[in-house]
Design a protein around this ligand. Sequence first.
Ligand code: PLP
Ligand code: MN
Length: 381
Amino acid sequence: MRDWSAFEIGYDVPALPGMALSDVQTPALVVDLDALERNLDRMRTHAAAAGMRLRAHAKSHKSADIAALQIGRGGACGICCQKVSEAEAMVRAGIGDILVTNEVRDPVKLDRLARLAERARIVVCVDDPENVGPLSRAARRHGVTVEALVEIDCGAGRCGIRPGAPAVGLAQAIAAAEGLRFAGLQAYHGPAQHIADPAERAATIAAAADVTARTVSLLWDAGLACDIVGGAGTGSFPFEARSGVYNELQCGSYVFMDADYERIRAEDGGRVGGFENALFVLTSVMSRPRPDRAVCDAGLKALAVDSGLPRVFGREGVRYDGASDEHGVLAIDGGDVAIDERIRLVPGHCDPTCNLHDWFVALRGETVETLWPVTARGKVF
Ligand code: PLP
Ligand code: MN
């Protein structure tokens, strides 16, 4: 337990445990613990029903506390990180099993990655045979084994070697390299996550699963087994889960949901995965200049708007209409808000929103239960 007596509201933290929601200093990143726990339970159930491992993506929250909950209550086998610095923050905080779902090429970063393998299981993605030698040398220098997944481009058009023979050649090079262990395939399809139509999303993942299955089979013929066939995000995971090809799900946003993920539908017409809003930016009304307009204190420095403006939560007739650096304009159309009133906003995109804050204020109902640091905030290097 953290000793909160040394923390001063305003200077250090936006709130302290035991405080009422109405006293939280805004804008603040708040988590509804009951909703978060239900999301953890839902994802655990989905993964178990599919007979798959969950390796939750920690880039969404960058919090070692939430990562620990995902591994504990949420049943995850470990976490994913996107950056070496993110992985460093998580290893320091005691997380023991990390997949860096990215290519690492800079020699200093390779060295930092290998050093982490002295303290945790480290898996990394590789999409180029030229990367194998430097990665192997870094592992040998530290006397560790670094596990490597061959990342294939399964249709996403980002990183990844071509599936089939090129991927097999790369896997063989990894398997032959000292200090490395070939651990399987990374086959994540990013653009599929936000395809609105579930049938189109299903077809996109079916095509990705197809090229992935062919590569798994070619690897098997070459004597190489895939321990991990990883991919999937919050939007597409039911399709990877039913593919019979993937065995690890890398969902991240599921733990919070965001306004962008609310817009896409599951096959049953409901929300993807049944996940509910657990993350909010709490904001206060600071000006009421006209009957049809209010201004709140959460703008671009409190909210990422790359995937659209936030949604006002639980209030009819009030809409977030525009963001500038430190202001949010609320259009009042049938609803009402009072000066200094606290309002919950559902961020358009959860991941970059979390990276704007130092603390999660964790609420149980309307009371602050605890605070969690955004452990890997700014760890983008
Ligand atoms: N896996 C990888 C490689 C990703 O890049 C991402 C997100 O971009 C995810 C998993 C998790 O996706 P989501 O937050 O949509 O669940
Ligand atoms: Mn995202």
